[in-house]
Design a binder for this molecule. Structure first.
Ligand SMILES: Nc1ncnc2c1ncn2[C@@H]1O[C@H](COP(=O)(O)OP(=O)(O)OP(=O)(O)O)[C@@H](O)[C@H]1O
Ligand SMILES: [Mg+2]
Length: 301
């Protein structure tokens, strides 16, 4: 049984890798390939179309969700808005449902009740292919690709010039360490094929550069700064703010020092939004955000 599913998986993997560029046009990073493979593509005629080159407002309206094989509620009557041209941050405890929310936004799953709307159109009316073309997602556990730096950054972006790769690397703050590698942008990464191994933070910057290769209206980053030290984090945030000025951006983070720069912060706990506001408003509120903020920053005092 295991063997059959293993060979099947191998076949699917091969065909996926064969169509890598096609795949990455649709979805940039997969947190869990097998979870993705298990998704049944419904035979649906989608009514809505997503206008390109516009700004997107995304609303979660009373959304509840549990995974298909587990009845435990993961999102519990959750409502929140990702405003156009703004950065929204979501913070919350482990298992609060943050990454699940991202999977729903990518249409990997549909809510059991409630609705997600994008510019007033129900997300379920939009063809996932159409949606994925207008968004960039950096999943929490993205894949490390064992190929050159250049290929790692350009993955899935068709016909990209060297200069575009360079600008994306600069935007992510990856350019300086790449230039120090023996073969620069042609250096092969990853130990599998005798390549160079990067640190967690460096891989994170490569992945960010990859995200910045595509000019899209909607960016989701799940834990983008987790492996960066505080100096690198400040540098990254500066670059990032300029880059996402005209986009709808969602950052999921455990770092309150990252979240504080967002225009709107939602605090999640057990599948619900428990607090919402700007950094100053949430400190004023004196709740979960405020106590976690003081807890996280006291070591710097
Ligand atoms: N594929 C899955 N199938 C079943 N349950 C899942 C699946 N993925 C996540 N869960 C469960 O859903 C809940 C929420 O998980 P999720 O990954 O969304 O949390 P999170 O807020 O992103 O946590 P973290 O801060 O650790 O990243 C957890 O209880 C988790 O065990
Ligand atoms: Mg998560």
């Amino acid at each position: 049984m295991f063997y059959i599913s293993f060979t099947q998986s191998q076949r699917i993997m091969k065909s996926l890798l064969g169509n890598a560029s096609e795949l990455y046009k649709n979805i940039l990073f997969l947190e869990n390939l097998f979870e993705f493979l298990a998704i049944k593509i419904p035979d649906i005629k989608y009514k809505g179309r997503l206008p390109s080159r516009t700004s997107y407002e995304i609303v979660f309206d009373n959304v509840s969700f549990h995974y298909p094989h587990n009845k435990q509620i993961v999102l519990d009557s959750l409502s929140l808005t990702l405003k156009a041209r703004k950065i929204t941050a979501i913070v919350g405890t482990n298992g609060a449902g943050k990454s699940t929310l991202v999977k729903l936004l990518c249409q990997f799953y549909n809510p059991n009740s409630g609705e997600i709307k994008i510019n007033s159109t129900p997300l379920s009316d939009i063809d996932p292919k159409d949606l994925h073309q207008h968004m960039t997602v950096l999943f929490q556990n993205y894949i490390h690709y064992h190929m050159s730096v250049k290929e790692n950054i350009a993955l899935g972006s068709i016909g990209d010039e060297h200069n575009t790769i360079l600008s994306a690397a600069m935007a992510a703050g990856a350019d300086s360490f790449i230039e120090q590698l023996d073969e620069g942008y042609d250096t092969v990464l990853g130990r599998w094929f005798g390549g160079v191994e990067l640190s967690g933070g460096e891989w994170q910057r490569i992945a960010l550069a990859r995200a910045f290769m595509r000019d899209v209206g909607f960016i989701i980053l799940d834990e983008p700064t987790s492996a960066l030290d505080s100096w690198a984090e400040i540098d990254w945030l500066d670059r990032f703010r300029t880059l996402c000025q005209d986009k709808t951006t969602l950052i999921i983070t455990h770092r309150f020092t990252t979240a504080r720069h967002a225009d709107m912060i939602y605090v999640m706990d057990e599948g619900k939004v428990v607090e919402a506001g700007t950094h100053d408003e949430l400190l004023e509120l004196g709740g979960l955000y405020a106590s976690s903020w003081y807890e996280q920053t006291k070591k710097f005092k």
